[in-house]
Design a protein around this ligand. Structure first.
Ligand code: F6P
Length: 367
């Protein structure tokens, strides 16, 4: 008997995805492990996430060639060293009520003889995996999001690499900020969760950190900057999350568009804030939007390791028929949680625990 595993990546790309794919493949096809299993495995990669399963025509060889890639150990040998996703990704939601393609996805899965789908993604991608599971498809989730907002796990792929990018870029900005006595406002990603801004700001020693969970006052930002300028160094780094907002006001959006999962395209707050600082304090100010640089480059050591463990765990779960669950990292151990528990929720920063509302920075008591 052969079990056909399909693996796909959905949502925003990031470092760690290729490693997770590699370790699903290597663990599933491992010859030593195979001796102890009652089933053999075959692994195919699905291109472009759920879009691939919604768009592939199982009766057309060219379409199958485009959307499906048989994977073996040799093919994925070096994948864990590279960022992005070699399978491609999309933000396609087959359950979008405006264009519901869930029946097509289910029919395609059946026609293609796919026994299990391993979906690597954040809450959106795994939400689809869970809905398919409810419709009788065997699915398993692997957590991925640079936003760090997935519940049910203490770690999601991509987060550590993104944090490293933020830290490295801020290190670079410091020399130019210091040379010119300027304020630099750095905008991070993260949507409605402030983890990247908070921990990126903390690890790089930013002076002010603004997060979505605690709307801020401009006047307080100006005061804090004045205090620092008058005190020691002549420059400051302000980290602002793309989802942060002024007290009583909404978030900054680049346009009116909504994606397939109903998300707005956030961004623009750094430009606004930098301008306000310059106008109201007289300090020269510049801004940098780190944008997709945070999702680029090679995976950090942590992302490589977690990708490996998550990929292996996903196959363990297939062997033990633990479907409808997401691999999870909890209290230092690899485990799993029902996907039901992780959908339609996000993990945001607990302000009372981690954020100093007066200092607009990470808290200075920790125990
Ligand atoms: O969810 C990951 C993320 O990088 C968010 O932090 C950001 O708001 C969004 O994706 C950007 O999406 P896109 O890649 O579609 O521009």
């Amino acid at each position: 008997m052969t079990t056909r595993i399909a693996v796909l990546t959905g949502g925003g790309d990031c470092p760690g995805l290729n490693g997770a794919i590699k370790w699903v493949v290597k663990t599933a096809l491992d010859p030593l492990l195979a001796e102890h299993r009652s089933t053999k495995f075959e692994v195919i990669g699905v291109r472009e996430g759920w879009k691939g399963l919604a768009s592939v025509n199982p009766d057309d060889e060219d379409s199958k060639k485009y959307f499906l890639e048989p994977l073996d150990e040799e093919k994925v040998r070096t994948w864990d060293r590279y960022g992005g996703t070699n399978l491609g990704t999309s933000r396609t939601n087959p359950f979008n009520p405006k264009n519901d393609r869930s029946d097509v996805v289910i029919e395609n899965i059946r026609k293609l003889g796919i026994d299990v789908v391993v979906a690597i993604g954040g809450e959106d991608t795994l939400g689809v995996a869970y809905k398919l599971y409810r419709r009788g498809i065997k699915t398993i989730g692997i957590p991925k999001t640079i936003d760090g907002d997935l519940v049910g796990t203490d770690y999601s792929l991509g987060y550590d690499s993104a944090l490293n990018v933020i830290t490295e870029e801020i290190d670079r900005l410091r020399t130019t900020a210091g040379s010119h006595n300027r304020i630099f406002v750095v905008e991070t990603m993260g949507r409605h969760a402030g983890w990247l801004a908070l921990q990126g700001g903390e690890s790089s020693g930013a002076y002010i950190i603004l997060i979505p969970e605690e709307p801020f006052e401009l006047a307080r930002v100006f005061d804090l900057l004045q205090v620092r300028k008058g005190r020691e160094v002549q420059y400051s780094i302000v980290v602002v999350s793309e989802g942060a907002c002024l007290k009583g006001e909404g978030e900054f959006c680049k346009d009116e568009r909504l994606d397939d999962f109903g998300h707005r395209n956030l961004g623009g707050i750094a430009a606004f804030l930098s301008d306000q600082i310059q106008r109201n304090t007289g300090f020269e100010s510049r801004f940098v939007i780190l944008s997709h640089l945070q999702r680029g480059g090679v995976p950090s050591a942590r992302d490589r390791l977690m990708a490996r463990w998550f990929g292996i765990a996903a196959v363990d779960m297939i062997v033990s028929e633990d479907f409808g669950r997401m691999v999870s990292y909890s209290h230092g151990e690899i485990t799993s949680v029902p996907m039901k528990e992780i959908i339609n929720r996000i993990k945001t920063v607990d302000v009372d625990k981690y954020y100093d509302k007066e200092r607009y920075n990470g808290k200075r008591t920790i125990l």
